[in-house]
Design a protein around this ligand. Structure first.
Ligand SMILES: [Zn+2]
Length: 330
């Protein structure tokens, strides 16, 4: 029951995806549930959360339609509604929630607005804040998509909405320079934001933030970013996201997943179950059965047991080798 808490689907249209520039030429095609399903299966993920990529009502309807058609694979949708027009936003949210009730399906679980790139003070606007109050009133999550220089504005915003569940996307998109540690200003703001208990964080999409032409990400470069958000948020408020297919510009699904597994290896099986599923279940109030929850915990316990067996086998082999080495040749 592992969950990829952040991925996108789209039918490519050049007019609607201007941000897919030449560095992302390979993503200028359709990415649909049938493309993701074998990848999730190979990496032992049961399902994912589909997140909006365009700010229009039609896309959210389409994602919800995909979720209805693929109920096992898409466990929820983070969509878009016009939050700066609170009355319209409220009507849209009610329409989606009524449909979820009617169809008993995995519908809208959160809302996101592309705030990155907006002018300073965007999150302070009264209308946008009134829109968020409509989200809070309906018990849905809100995904914060911002750049690191908007973190302090985001903290003010979060403080105005203590009853709202927030999810910080892509650890707040810090600028990542090769051979340099995480920026101090980002780390300080992350710690401040993490003091707000109603905020969780997605460890996702970092490979595309490495801002140096010709430089590839490495596990060594990104590990301190993981350690910072793990310390700040703790495993109970941290979740894995692939950001597929956007991630394909800088890595593969497999490589990113393997990296996060390595980061989480020192953690307990409970902590790993949080990062790979439970945090998303809590933040997005996902419809999950007790059986699925048990399964999630058991998977990581089994993995831990297997790891311990492997370790003791290695230990036995080592001592056998030592014995062999100390035995005089005849
Ligand atoms: Zn994304």
């Amino acid at each position: 029951m592992r969950i990829d808490a952040h991925q996108h689907f789209w039918r490519y249209d050049p007019g609607e995806f201007p941000w897919l520039d030449d560095t992302m030429a390979a993503q200028r095609r359709d990415f649909l549930p049938a493309n993701l399903a074998p990848i999730l299966a190979r990496r032992h993920f049961r399902c994912s959360i589909a997140v909006q990529a365009r700010m229009n009502l039609a896309e959210t309807d389409w994602l919800l339609q995909l979720a209805r058609e693929n109920p096992r694979r898409i466990r929820g949708v983070v969509g878009w509604v016009p939050l700066s027009e609170p009355a319209r936003a409220a009507a849209e949210l009610d329409r989606h929630l009524a449909s979820r009730e009617r169809n008993n399906d995995h519908g809208l679980v959160g809302v996101r607005h592309v705030v990155q790139g907006q002018p300073p003070g965007f999150l302070d606007a009264p209308d946008f804040n009134a829109g968020i109050r409509e989200v809070t009133a309906r018990g849905l999550a809100y995904d914060l998509l911002i750049h690191a220089n908007q973190l302090d504005e985001a903290i003010r915003f979060v403080d105005r909405h203590p009853a709202q569940t927030f999810v910080l996307d892509h650890i707040g998109k810090p600028p990542i320079a090769p051979d340099e540690p995480p920026p101090e200003a980002w780390a300080v703001s992350i710690c401040k934001l993490a003091c707000r208990e109603n905020v969780s964080c997605k460890f996702s999409a970092l490979t595309t933030e490495v801002r140096a032409p010709g430089h590839e990400w490495t596990p060594k470069l990104l590990r301190p970013y993981f350690d910072t958000v793990l310390t700040a948020f703790g495993p109970r408020r941290l979740m894995f996201g692939s950001d597929w297919p956007v991630c394909l510009a800088g890595t593969t699904y497999e490589r990113w997943h393997r990296f996060v597994i390595t980061c989480t290896t020192p953690l307990s099986s409970h902590e790993r179950a949080s990062i790979f599923g439970e945090t998303a279940i809590r933040a997005y109030k996902l419809p999950v059965s007790i059986m699925e929850l048990r399964e999630l915990k058991a998977e990581f316990q089994t993995e831990k047991n297997e790891l311990q067996t492997l370790k003791s086998k290695i230990q036995t082999l080592k001592s056998e080798l030592q014995t062999l080495a100390s035995t005089p040749e005849t």
